[in-house]
Design a binder for this molecule. Sequence first.
Ligand code: 6MZ
Length: 361
Amino acid sequence: MSTISGPSAAALHSLSPSEIRFLQSLPKAELHAHLNGSIPLQTLVELAQDLPPSTDTDNEIAGTIERLRSGLTLDEISDFFPLFPAIYALTSTPSALSRATRDVLDAFLKPRNDPLPGSIYTPTPECAYIELRTTPRATAHLSRYTYLTTVLDEIEKFRPDQAALIVSIDRRMSDADAAECVHVAIALWDAGRRVVGLDLCGDPRRGDVSTFEKHFRRGKDAGLSVTVHIAETRENTAVESRILLGWHPDRLGHATFLSREYIALFFTDERGVYKPCIEICLSSNLLCGTVRSLEAHHIQYYLANNHPISICTDDTLPFRTTLLGEYALLLAKPPLGLGLNHEQVRRIAQMGMDARFGKGK
Ligand code: 6MZ
């Protein structure tokens, strides 16, 4: 199976060679990519082959790989999160985590040969810059500190203007686990490692976001930037969004169901300058069923209101996409894409570059 076969594949296939070359030529920033959701399928297959047999996990791993191979369909967003225990079983040693991180970074930063399967387009990197995010896990083989240094060792093989790390806190975490993640993130940032921010992620139907406020404040006070997954589903959105916007995050992930009332209330401070960039993940939203169609997608509102956005992949493997594919969704004519013109797409790519946390590092 090609790595790209979701909604973005049809958009990409509909473009002319010169339109694809145009998209390839734009300097693009990938600001919302989860490490464990972006591992190439072939890497997962090989990591599974390397794993010693275990009756506890073998079936689950084989089943998850098969679902990913055959092109995952989801009935709703909560069907998405059960993919991760099997993937996590494959990335829980230092060597497997290094390998996975390396392959993810290579997929984004090394020239790709296959923007369209079977085509002969010039190999070009997916993006100029990536802020890869991941949730530090403590496993039998890794502490949270070692987890993050293992990932950072791979990230720091690239230049600072190419790759940086965002540390994710999963909203299903206990208070003590979240505190530890932030503590380690700050220690690494203070030590000059290439950590640039914190993220709040995880199943939006789980956890109480208010419990994380003190940890995110600590990170912000230490100098880290902050992004949060916000209003990804309709449930709890009003109460949660008010809490999360109160943290004044530097960027917002998804913001699908953010109400116009809150946008009016929060997106202008006394100087009228608080306009956090919205990380937009088109294929993710379509495949998780949180957005019905591109026509109904909240990107339309943000574009019409000249609000900064950044185009991102979220999880390339389950959403069967690439960053080029997500940009194809902007340029392709409706109903396959949004039908934006070259100048609009160029401006969107620039907005993503402008919203990097790692600009100063
Ligand atoms: C919320 C998501 C997500 O961190 O282990 N994750 N959280 N919404 C999404 N959109 C569909 N996609 C991924 O990568 C996997 C973790 O990222 C979060 C989930 O918590 C998932 O367990 P890392 O590298």
